[in-house]
Design a protein around this ligand. Structure first.
Ligand SMILES: [Zn+2]
Length: 492
């Protein structure tokens, strides 16, 4: 996810290179210890929890086949393999729409779809004639429903997060949230310093100096420190370098596979840290990802079409002087947002324009997704409709130029497509204390992951749309969860 172009959905986090310890610290992300208001307070029954530990590790863009069939790809991933053989896993996870990072990560810790939790996109929508700040949904206060860490905190459990999306000012005891200044090119990490738990980055990097200056190398070093120093009962970790590599080179490429192997080593270090901290026997690891990936080589700019149709007006300098409808791209999908959401005539017009385009031969669109389906998918309530890209296509927010063009040579993969597309499936492995060794599910649901994680900690996620994935959990290992809601006690 690139701040300057959401369509690219590129994530170029802090640059690598030889940096001073301070700069390394600056390049990390950040938070505080402010209490977050919750839409609904978790039940008092959650006050009693067990002595279980949970580490949720998200490898951004991890494809299930990287652990289901590593040999076929020539991958050497001893830790993923050990987790698979010694744990439980899903062959795929059906995610949410649009299948992008911030909405998906928020579903992973709330158990509800984007329309409910409120993080419907990575970047906040900005009217095309307004200043383009490129800001993302950084702040936890934008989440409208209870979170896993909020639940844990209310139960008195120590919580921590490293690089987890939408956790700036989250109620985490130890927090290094993901945030950067989109105006800084490249980002310096100043904002991470600003919002990280005071002193945490300095202590972590002093105790655990690393010459690995990749974003994930730093996040792993900080996570190791937090595990050993504080033993939080809940730790959320987000690793991002695979997503960047797959956007740049494409999924399953040599460059992407090299990053998977590097991240496999990070997993080994995180597991080793729990042994050193003396909590391995009580720790459950949940390895997850937020979306799959598809190769792309072409992009389509709906705003150019909207300008041709006079729904966007450009002045002599190519700046937007007026607009009625605009694109809000999310990689392989794109919301069309109206200036006036109640403008029925324009709604009908944009549906007609893009439905006709979708029917053309060699269309850049696979199809349009209309409001009734968006509601069922729990996607972007602000959208008049969404566009679903054809195979090989991504969306672009350009206002001028050709409607369809080739992607840049460093843009070869994306996501954001409908979760029903098999390529968009994400990952789930459960390893350690609560894993049902040898269990396997063909397809799990992303909305089920948060309630499952809560159950491992002895907490009940009263507000989740999903249910506990009992197939992957060792019978009897779940703590007695008070006051279960009978409607949600079993999988539908
Ligand atoms: Zn992602």
């Amino acid at each position: 996810m690139m701040p300057n172009n959401l369509a690219n959905a590129k994530k170029k986090f802090p640059p690598t290179g030889i940096l001073s310890a301070l700069l390394i610290a600056l390049l990390m992300f950040s938070p505080g210890l402010r209490a977050q208001s919750q839409a609904t307070a978790p039940t008092a029954s959650n006050a009693k929890a067990t002595d279980a530990y949970l580490i949720m590790i998200s490898i951004d863009g991890l494809l299930p086949e990287y652990y289901t069939a590593p040999a076929a790809l020539g991958l050497k991933v001893p830790n993923l393999t050990a987790m698979k053989l010694g744990g439980a896993y899903a062959e795929g996870v059906e995610g949410i729409y649009p299948s992008i990072t911030y909405p998906a990560h928020t579903t992973l810790i709330t158990g509800v779809r984007p329309a409910t939790h409120g993080i419907v996109q990575n970047r906040i929508f900005e009217a095309p004639n307004a200043p383009q700040t490129g800001e993302w949904y950084w702040f936890a206060e934008a989440i409208k429903t209870p979170t896993l860490y909020g639940l844990a905190k209310k139960a008195g459990l120590k919580t921590a997060g490293v690089g987890w999306p939408v956790t700036v000012k989250a109620e985490l005891d130890y927090n290094v949230p993901e945030i950067f200044d989109p105006a800084e090119k490249p980002p310096t990490g100043k904002r991470t310093m600003q919002y990280a738990t005071p002193g945490l980055l300095q202590k972590a990097l002093a105790a655990n100096p690393t010459t690995d200056t990749t974003t994930d190398g730093r996040r792993t070093a900080i996570s190791e420190f937090i595990i050993k120093e504080y033993q939080p009962r809940l730790l959320l970790i987000h690793l991002v370098d695979l997503d960047s590599a797959q956007h740049t080179y494409g999924p399953r490429t040599a460059q992407a596979l090299a990053v998977v192997e590097r991240q496999d080593a990070y997993l080994g270090r995180l597991i080793a840290a729990t042994r050193q901290a003396g909590i391995f026997e009580k720790t459950t690891f949940m390895l997850v990802s937020d979306h799959g990936f598809a190769p792309v080589d072409k992009k389509y700019a709906p705003n150019v079409t909207l300008a041709k149709e006079k729904l966007i007006t450009l002045d002599a300098n190519g700046k937007v002087s007026a607009w009625q409808a605009a694109a809000w791209p999310a990689g392989g999908s794109c919301a069309i947002v109206l200036k006036d959401a109640n403008d029925k005539a324009t709604t009908e017009r944009v549906i007609k324009i893009f439905s006709a385009l979708a029917k053309r031969s060699n269309s850049p669109l696979n199809r349009v997704v209309l409001p009734a389906e968006l509601q069922r998918l729990g996607a972007i309530p602000e959208a008049a409709l969404m566009l679903e890209a054809a195979t090989g296509y991504a969306f672009d927010e350009a206002l001028t130029g050709a409607e369809v063009r080739a992607t840049d040579s460093d843009y070869r993969g994306t996501h954001g497509y409908l979760p029903s597309r098999a390529e968009m499936r994400s990952a789930l492995m459960i390893y350690g204390a609560s894993a049902q060794v040898g269990a396997k599910l063909r397809l799990a649901k992303m909305i089920d992951i948060a309630p499952t994680a809560a159950a491992v900690l002895g907490l009940w996620f009263d507000h989740a749309e999903g249910a506990i994935i009992r197939e992957l959990i060792k019978p009897g290992s779940l703590p007695k969860i008070p006051k279960p809601n009978p409607k949600k006690a079993a999988r539908p």
